[in-house]
Design a protein around this ligand. Sequence first.
Ligand SMILES: *Cc1c(COP(=O)(O)O)cnc(C)c1O
Length: 367
Amino acid sequence: MTHPFLDLAPLSAAHFAAIEDRVARLLDTEQDVVIMQGEALLPLEGAIRSTAGPGTLALNVITGPYGQTFGNWLRDCGAEVIDLSVPFHTAVTADQVREAFAAHPGIDFVSLVHAEAATGNTNPVAEIGEIARAHGAIFYVDAVASIGAEPVLPDAWGVDLCVIGAQKAMGGPAGVSAVSVSSRAWARMTANPGAPRHSYLSLLDWKDRWTDAGRTALPHAPAQLEMLALEACVERIESEGLSTVIQRHATAAAATRAGALALGGGLEPYVHKASEAAPVATTLRTPPGVVASELVASALSSNPGLPLAAGGGALAKEMIRVNHYGVDATAEAVRNSLAALGTALAGQGASVDLEAARSAVESTWRR
Ligand SMILES: *Cc1c(COP(=O)(O)O)cnc(C)c1O
């Protein structure tokens, strides 16, 4: 008996290389793109450990939980780290980054999350890239939650290490990821005695054994299922058109924001400025006395398929996430999510206007 997931032939080196090229086109980059056979945390950690070490002075921007993780890896590598934390209801500004460089001119590495699915903000990568480039710093960006939901342009923005994963707005699997690597970043890694080698975390292994070797022989067995799924999701984005996919996510975010405001009941956009809200997911703040995780559980109990989640950790009390990405970047998913939240709020005695929310979603979608 054949099975769609089983008995797959090994993926050829040529096929693997073609998928890398396709991802490079998605990123509009001339840089080397290395596909990593693991969830996005693999290239996120690998790129930091390859690039940073004793002697690195890193500016680590924290606008959500991943920034904290990057800071921990950087310190673990022996880097000196300056954390620039901003409240989760805002994005970082280019001026804050400029001030950090003015105070610490030796900064030679900047780590930043582009869009935060976990807190709902999106950061000005292009502007920060200009500052990093002017100071000769390596610029590392986590674009896992932005790719597919908003433009991600490593070459145009001066990003040296741009990490993506397929599992958010690309609508793909979680088990595969990629990183674009500039020649400056390769040079930094080559000069870094602590960069992992002969390790699953090693980017230099891929450079030596794959990229520089002409991409003719794979260093180890390709994860065919994930690779085929990555190829299929990039193909699907190409056929819909990247700009259409991006527009769909932007509209979903705008409609969720407008719908939540029209709904009332004390629900508010968590990110204060719409311009700083991520297109990938919209976060909402619950009114005092309403526990977000309980409200989400109640909304999901009657509508189990909706893309709703409570914030992680301490945020579970006050933050709701509407994960309108991938197949859920639709008017229907947004409309139903707000209706379910509104009904759950009404069940707790709040006064909500379900019809106003519905009509705000529809009119945003039509615009
Ligand atoms: C989703 C996401 C990742 C991937 O991490 P998971 O914890 O496996 O979901 C990395 N970075 C950002 C900004 C993300 O939103």
